[in-house]
Design a protein around this ligand. Structure first.
Ligand SMILES: Nc1nc2c(c(=O)[nH]1)N[C@H]1C(S)=C(S)[C@@H](COP(=O)(O)OP(=O)(O)OC[C@H]3O[C@@H](n4cnc5c(=O)[nH]c(N)nc54)[C@H](O)[C@@H]3O)O[C@H]1N2
Ligand SMILES: Nc1nc2c(c(=O)[nH]1)N[C@H]1C(S)=C(S)[C@@H](COP(=O)(O)OP(=O)(O)OC[C@H]3O[C@@H](n4cnc5c(=O)[nH]c(N)nc54)[C@H](O)[C@@H]3O)O[C@H]1N2
Ligand SMILES: [Mo]
Length: 763
């Protein structure tokens, strides 16, 4: 096979491989953080900013949605949180001069890494139809352009309003209100590509689409199963919680096709002991085959049912529905076939069973390794079956723990960012604001792309994110975007979505979390909800990156006033001036937010935050259709792998935040200086003739017969499960077919793409 990269990008395509590490964090992490932060922010700003992350009166870390511990005396150190902050608080700027120097066509040839490195956006920019370059535009004119294009639509359903997950509760509430006053539920969000499968599975089985554990539950657990998640990179503060759980006697099982360093051993940088030796976290590593989790939990359930006295019969009788049918399906599971789907041995599963039966309080945590497969929803339902069997939902130290991604993705959904809103939510909006919200369901991400592709949607508006790079089937998505009449991005930083535009395009620069938000009534704060349903305030202190920025709430308010005019029943001007008035309305519309302002400012209740109600967790009440927690009995599925092919998962390196590339050092996996790598099990690689260091093209195979290809990936022999491969997102999104989605949730199946390796043509 070829030994040179075929079309190498000197900035990022010379991968070097040192092999996987076996421990996460510790001194190298601190050194790395300070270096990255100081390059972006300078020494003084680094010190000032990093001290304020997740502190009371500070700002919420824009990194992940992992909750803050109750007592925040010292800054909780997190390398990747610091990188997220540095990325936003950078001193580099993208000014009108920058856009004058770089045409849109030029920007479209740049890597995502290069675009992000240019710095913060400073001015509203407009790309007129037929123009080569963005030009500066006033805010008034920008809103006029959006209003013109909205007025030209045949129906409000030709507009799509996307949201990424950093948007605050206040901005999200206003944004969905604006879309619904306009008359559409076209509110896709990043959740559609992320934890939608969790939401779908949990709403149906336990009656609420959110996790049922709080941070303190982890400390009380006997057993924590972490499946399909890489916390050392994506939720580093979770490692401290796991370490504490472990010290309290918990055992940890990790289920993953890859041995991830963070789960093996954690060197806590907060303690001297931790820095020296670190704590081994995982007691049992189950190296699952990609997509084998439903099979694994089905077998565990079968064994629990066969073990004497292992089922919590009182709980099952009193609180659940559908047990008989489920038990029959689980007992009937065929050992050989089901076991083959997991890639594990029977002895490994029996070892896990021993730990399960020894545990009185069990928690299962998961993330994208479980949610991005065709059968993700039945997989997560099987986990619910597993927990229900032993009464592990609705008591301390036990429960479901889907670990969310973006720092406010859960809050955005609570605020009504959803293309399929619950009728009770719409009723409440109707009562509060005196208008009739649309009832017809809107487009999710995949449907929005199809609508743009087919000319059924003509206007694309994004509140944050990087839609073209984050979405599947990059070529299809980019072509769809180019068909739009107008694309608008409310953004902090430059990204590829600004370079792949509709006929006209706008970039609306906005404040980040770290920045002071000054409005008519004075300095504002916003609120966010973490992965465990805790709501708290976030207040930025830095001077804004430019004096031309508007906050997200201000952008929505001004746009709404311009577009809806006098007809709107909403006091947009007042909302912009004083965010407390938005929270007063949220309090009246969204259950659990009663007395919102008082509770979130800490004058009542717990300082710094409050927990939203969660019926299964709080009262063992399951608000499902049956009024009980539902067992389900779906057939076991797993991805089929034709001969000579591999199952590719597309995942994150240690040095990126989704489509934002921080750097080129995937430290724990020992891969540096390049991102076009494919990790393949050495035995598979040998069988396929893919030598270490050779270059291959990844060709995805899907039933539509279209050839999707990603060129020039360096083969890395890596201890992943047999038949499996891994490569970074978003470089590999081109391989994920738009129609390859999870049943029910419609989430792109970006963790199980069937690929073949072809030798790269050398130049
Ligand atoms: N620093 C940093 N933090 C982040 C992000 C980031 O990009 N960078 N992104 C944020 C967002 S939006 C999200 S959603 C989360 C993502 O957090 P993760 O879900 O941890 O992110 P991924 O890199 O997609 O990792 C998926 C993990 O699942 C494993 N896996 C893949 N397929 C399977 C499978 O079939 N079964 C099992 N059991 N495991 C599997 C992979 O080997 C990998 O360890 O992180 C959030 N936090
Ligand atoms: N193949 C593959 N595809 C995936 C995934 C995968 O694992 N594999 N993961 C999926 C997941 S889990 C997710 S969540 C999506 C992520 O999809 P998105 O959320 O759309 O993507 P991000 O890369 O997080 O968006 C980054 C951009 O957000 C903007 N931004 C940052 N902070 C702010 C802010 O405070 N306000 C505003 N207005 N803008 C801001 C910046 O301009 C930045 O360039 O990708 C999905 N796509
Ligand atoms: Mo996500």
């Amino acid at each position: 096979m070829a030994t040179k990269p075929p079309q190498s990008d000197p900035v990022q395509d010379a991968p070097q491989v040192a092999g996987p590490k076996h421990a996460a964090a510790g001194l190298p992490a601190i050194g790395h953080t300070l270096r990255v932060a100081q390059q972006q922010m300078g020494v003084r700003r680094t010190a000032l900013t990093l001290l304020r992350v997740n502190q009371k009166d500070g700002f919420d870390c824009p990194g992940c949605a992992w909750p803050e511990p109750e007592h925040r005396h010292t800054a909780e150190f997190c390398e990747n949180g610091a990188k997220a902050v540095a990325e936003e608080a950078t001193l580099r700027r993208v000014t009108p001069e920058f856009f004058a120097a770089h045409s849109v066509a030029d920007l479209a040839t740049r890597s995502g890494y290069w675009l992000g490195q240019q710095g913060r956006l400073t001015h509203p920019m407009y790309l007129p139809e037929g123009a080569d370059h963005y030009e500066p535009v006033t805010w008034e004119r920008a809103f006029d352009i959006v209003a013109e294009e909205i007025a030209a639509l045949d129906s409000p359903n030709e507009a799509v309003f996307y949201t990424s997950g950093r948007t605050s509760n206040e901005a999200a509430f206003l944004y969905q209100l604006f879309a619904r006053q306009l008359g559409t539920n076209n509110l896709p969000d990043c959740s559609n590509m992320c934890h939608e499968s969790s939401g779908s599975a949990l709403s149906e089985t336990i009656g609420i689409g959110k996790g049922s554990v709080l941070l303190e539950d982890l400390y009380k657990a006997d057993l924590i199963i972490v499946a399909g998640q890489n916390p050392g990179t994506n939720h580093p503060r979770m490692l401290s919680a796991l370490e504490k759980a472990k010290a309290g006697g918990a055992r940890i099982v990790s289920v993953n096709p890859l041995p991830e360093a963070g789960l093996e051993r954690f060197k806590n940088p907060q303690t001297a002991q931790g820095m020296l030796k670190g704590a081994a976290l995982t007691d049992l590593f189950l190296q699952i085959r990609i997509g084998g989790d439903q099979a694994l939990f089905r077998l565990l359930n079968k064994l629990i049912l066969e073990a004497d006295g292992a089922v919590d019969e009182a709980f099952v009788r009193e609180h659940t529905h559908g047990y008989e049918e489920f038990a029959a399906a689980a007992k009937a599971a065929d050992w050989d076939e089901t076991l083959a789907a997991t890639g594990l041995t029977r002895a490994e599963i029996e070892h896990a069973l021993g730990m399960v039966l020894a545990s009185k309080r069990t928690i299962v945590c998961w993330a994208m390794g479980l949610t991005q497969h065709k059968h993700s929803v039945p997989t997560i339902r099987e986990i619910v079956n597993f927990l229900l069997l032993r009464g592990n939902i609705g008591r301390p130290g036990a429960g479901v723990c889907p670990v969310r991604g973006h720092s406010n993705v859960q809050g955005d959904r609570t605020m009504g960012i959803f293309e399929r809103p619950a009728p009770v939510f719409l009723d409440a909006l109707e009562r509060e604001f005196g208008f009739a919200p649309p009832r017809e369901h809107g487009f999710d991400v995949v449907r929005a792309i199809r609508a743009l592709r087919d000319g059924e949607a003509k206007l694309f508006f994004a509140m944050g994110g990087n839609f073209v790079s984050a979405s599947p089937d990059t070529d299809v998505t980019e072509a769809a975007m180019r068909r739009a009449r107008l694309t608008v991005h409310v953004s902090t930083k430059l990204n590829r979505s600004h370079a792949v535009t509709g006929a006209r395009a706008l970039i609306l620069p906005t404040l980040g979390r770290t920045e002071r938000d000054l409005q008519g009534s004075g300095e504002q704060f916003v609120t966010v909800e973490d992965s465990m349903g805790m709501v708290h305030a976030s207040r930025g202190r830095l001077d804004p990156a430019s004096r031309h920025l508007l906050s997200e709430p201000a952008i929505v308010c001004r746009l709404a006033r311009r577009v809806l005019g006098e007809e709107s029943t909403v006091p947009w001007e007042e909302f912009e001036k004083d965010y407390a008035t938005i929270r007063d309305r949220i309090a009246r519309v969204v259950p659990g937010f009663e007395d919102f302002n008082a509770r979130v400012t800490g004058s009542a209740g717990r300082p710094g935050g409050f927990a939203l109600p969660h019926a299964p967790r709080d009262e063992r009440r399951f608000p499902t259709k049956t009024g009980k927690a539902n067992f389900t009995a779906a057939p076991v599925e797993y991805p089929e792998l034709p001969e000579g092919r591999l199952l590719l998962q597309t995942l994150r390196s240690h040095d990126q935040y989704n489509t934002t590339i921080y750097g080129l050092d995937d430290r724990y996996r020992g891969i540096r200086n390049g991102r076009r790598v494919v990790l393949v099990n050495p035995d598979d690689a040998r069988a396929l003739g893919a030598a270490e260091g050779s270059y291959v093209d990844l060709v995805s195979e899907w039933k539509d017969g279209v050839e999707r290809r990603a060129n020039g990936f360096r083969v890395v022999h890596y201890p992943t499960a047999r038949g499996c491969a891994a490569a970074y997102y978003p470089e590999t999104n081109v391989l994920v077919p738009l129609d390859a989605t999870a049943d029910t949730s419609n989430t792109p199946a970006s963790k199980s793409v069937v690929v073949r390796l072809e030798q790269s043509a050398t130049d």
